[in-house]
Design a protein around this ligand. Structure first.
Ligand SMILES: NC(=O)c1ccc[n+]([C@@H]2O[C@H](COP(=O)([O-])OP(=O)(O)OC[C@H]3O[C@@H](n4cnc5c(N)ncnc54)[C@H](OP(=O)(O)O)[C@@H]3O)[C@@H](O)[C@H]2O)c1
Ligand SMILES: [Zn+2]
Ligand SMILES: [Zn+2]
Length: 339
């Protein structure tokens, strides 16, 4: 059996390179996964550019990881060799900080973060915490399942936890990796679904994904369109631009919520008037737990939701990453290994 594996690491800011590493043994409470697929998420940019707080290089990015367990440490009882599992961004909580002690493990103050605090899935092999993995149903291929464990869980969890009701007007801003899944989840959760993008290029795709209406933010006043429809109960902001987010508050109905899942580098500018007069709110939402990941996969199977993906071999990770950054991916690049 081979003693080494291929990985793609960030050796210095901006540099993704293929390296050969020695296959590690899983430590206490860990499993070793033979990776089959890993999605390329925009959050990987924080690893590739080196800006993620506390990051040290070299680091292997990747937190939309699907593969099979090929080794586990003696203390692991929940999992078996050969099972197909997935790993998302927040892949292990410390269990002792205040949010953890209150059961809010996704907001752990000292989490294991795939591709940031530990090496992620741009590789043939990954070590994961046994408590941080999700079981993958047989109905999904590994390449299809991968984006569901970050882009999918993030949008599904944000929508299902927003206190919405069937028939509510819900808008999804930004039709990228997250947004194209957000549109599908919003539609299949029973909402009147509006997709907000820039230009007309994604209009047909957004409608094919289930949007009842597409709004071009370049040509139209998004808030005015939403207000003419009665105001959105929620807007899921998935874009990478803060300046595009603040004005969305004016498109909300009274008590409506702007749910921020995109993490732009620039500031979000807010006007207090529509927040106060109408009791509107804005808050963030961070991915989900491993069991939320299993819920996301199960709901996707139930409702026949799949990401639109472009697969490329692991060795072409740098090209796939560049395509994502340039906004050319339709809608998720997925790295696949020869497994
Ligand atoms: N909260 C979480 O747990 C979580 C999880 C995963 C990712 N994220 C964050 O979510 C964001 C999106 O990730 P992704 O993987 O979906 O990225 P992506 O596939 O690269 O898509 C980028 C998105 O940003 C939008 N965008 C880019 N420039 C814009 C501008 N100037 N104005 C308005 N919109 C603009 C694009 O909208 P158009 O459709 O208009 O082109 C597109 O929807 C990133 O910031 C990422 O870090 C957060
Ligand atoms: Zn904690
Ligand atoms: Zn992600």
């Amino acid at each position: 059996m081979a003693t080494t594996y291929k990985a793609v690491e960030v050796s210095a800011p901006g540099i993704l390179r293929v390296v050969e590493r020695t296959i590690p043994e899983p430590g206490p409470g860990q499993v070793r996964i033979r990776v089959e697929a890993c999605g390329v998420c925009h959050t990987d940019a924080a690893t590739v550019t080196g800006i993620y707080p506390g990051l040290s290089l070299p680091r292997v990015p990747g937190h939309e990881v699907i593969g099979r367990i090929e080794a586990l440490s003696s203390g692991v009882s929940r999992w078996k060799i050969g099972q197909r599992v997935g790993v998302g961004l927040i892949a292990g909580e410390d269990g002792v900080c205040e949010p953890c002690r209150r059961g809010d493990t996704v907001n752990c103050q000292n989490p294991v973060v795939s591709g940031v605090s530990v090496d992620g899935g741009y590789a043939e092999v990954m070590i994961a915490e046994a408590r941080g993995i999700s079981l993958v149903p047989d109905e999904l291929t590994s390449a299809e399942a991968a984006p569901l464990l970050c882009a999918g869980i993030t949008t599904y969890n944000a929508l299902r936890n927003a206190g919405l009701r069937g028939g509510d007007l819900v808008a999804v801003q930004g039709i990228g990796g997250l947004g194209h899944l957000g549109v599908q989840f919003a539609r299949h959760l029973g909402f009147r679904t509006v997709a907000i993008g820039r230009g007309r290029e994604k209009e047909k795709l957004a409608k094919d994904l289930g949007a009842h209406l597409y709004v071009d933010a370049v040509a139209e006043d998004v808030a005015a369109v939403l207000q003419r429809m009665g105001g959105a109960r929620a807007i899921l902001a998935t874009g990478t631009s803060g300046s595009a987010m603040g004005s969305l508050v004016s498109g909300l109905a009274a008590r409506g919520k702007l749910i921020v899942v995109g993490v732009p580098q620039d500031q979000i500018q807010l006007n207090a008037f529509p927040l106060v007069f109408g009791g509107r709110s804005i808050y963030g939402s961070l991915t989900g737990t491993p069991i939320d990941g299993e819920d996301t996969l199960a709901f996707s199977v139930l409702e026949n939701i799949r990401p639109m993906i472009e697969t490329v071999p692991l060795e072409e990770a740098a090209d796939a990453y560049a395509r994502m950054i340039q906004g050319k991916a339709r809608f998720r690049m997925v790295l696949v290994t020869g497994q």
